[in-house]
Design a protein around this ligand. Structure first.
Ligand code: SAH
Ligand code: DHB
Ligand code: MG
Length: 230
């Protein structure tokens, strides 16, 4: 009993340490500006699920965009525009950000939040099912960075489009590629099947160098990051 109590206390202390680390990194490196805060607030008010990326993930997207000198960025899955604002802010004024969103209510909110954040000059939302919209994007390619964060079953198909729309040095990022470890096990549903297959493909595709990084939800979820080899 006392053993159980002390190990429980230890686990709680370790969880607290992880939480403090995330808060310190967020505070020092990934503080949200007013545009981001307003986008979050508007999404919450409209009753959207709170499944946007974390500030640390937003800053990592910006860092990756700058690393590949991104002028054109594609996102699949906009929600309330939170990740979109991080990404659009990484672009030069002449840059272009396109995000695909199936839900027209989400898309309306996104447009509003992009305007509030002052990125409407470079950021555009396209409404529809991503797999229907992607074939229409050929003329805008190549994209320097592609961020995949929509429905999970078609993740492998989104990867195929991302590869088609990339150039040597492009960076492909996908969210939710750990899922408490389920992303590396025998899939329990369609969504996990998509993510498991995605991880297998990016790990073995000779055109890519890839890594999955734990960074979100108490280090139980995170990005898969792939660079298209030069
Ligand atoms: N990237 C966002 C979170 C996206 S949540 C952020 O971090 O701020 C996933 C979004 O994908 C939801 O808004 C959902 O409506 C959208 N979505 C789901 N299925 C889709 C599909 N087939 N095509 C396009 N968007 C889709
Ligand atoms: C869900 C989707 C996401 O993209 C995410 O980051 C977290 C949760 C979901 O559909 O539950
Ligand atoms: Mg996600």
């Amino acid at each position: 009993m006392s053993d159980d109590n002390s190990s429980l206390a230890e686990l709680q202390q370790q969880a607290k340490i992880r939480q403090n680390i995330v808060e310190a990194i967020t505070h020092q490196f990934a503080a949200e500006d007013e545009g981001l805060q307003r986008a979050l607030q508007a999404a919450k008010q409209a009753g959207l699920p709170e499944i946007q990326i974390s500030p640390i993930q937003g800053k990592l997207l910006q860092l990756l965009a700058v690393a590949c000198n991104a002028q054109k960025i594609l996102e699949i899955g906009s929600l309330g525009g939170y990740s979109g604002i991080w990404l659009a802010r990484s672009l030069p004024a002449s840059g272009r950000f396109i995000t695909l969103e199936i839900n027209p209510t989400h898309a309306r909110l996104v447009r509003n939040s992009f305007a509030q954040a002052g990125v409407s000059d470079r950021a555009e939302v396209r409404v529809g099912k991503a797999l229907d919209l992607l074939p229409q994007l050929q003329n805008e390619a190549p994209f320097d960075l592609i961020f995949i964060d929509a429905d999970k079953p078609p993740y492998p198909q989104y990867l195929e489009w991302a590869l088609r729309f990339s150039r040597p040095g492009s960076i492909i990022v996908a969210d939710n590629c750990i899922r408490s470890g389920k992303a590396f096990q025998k899939p329990v549903d369609e969504g996990m099947a998509g993510i498991v297959a995605y991880n297998k493909r990016i790990a073995s595709d000779p055109r890519l160098i890839s890594l999955v990084l734990a960074m979100d939800d108490d280090y139980t979820d995170g990005f898969a990051i792939s660079v298209v080899r030069r």
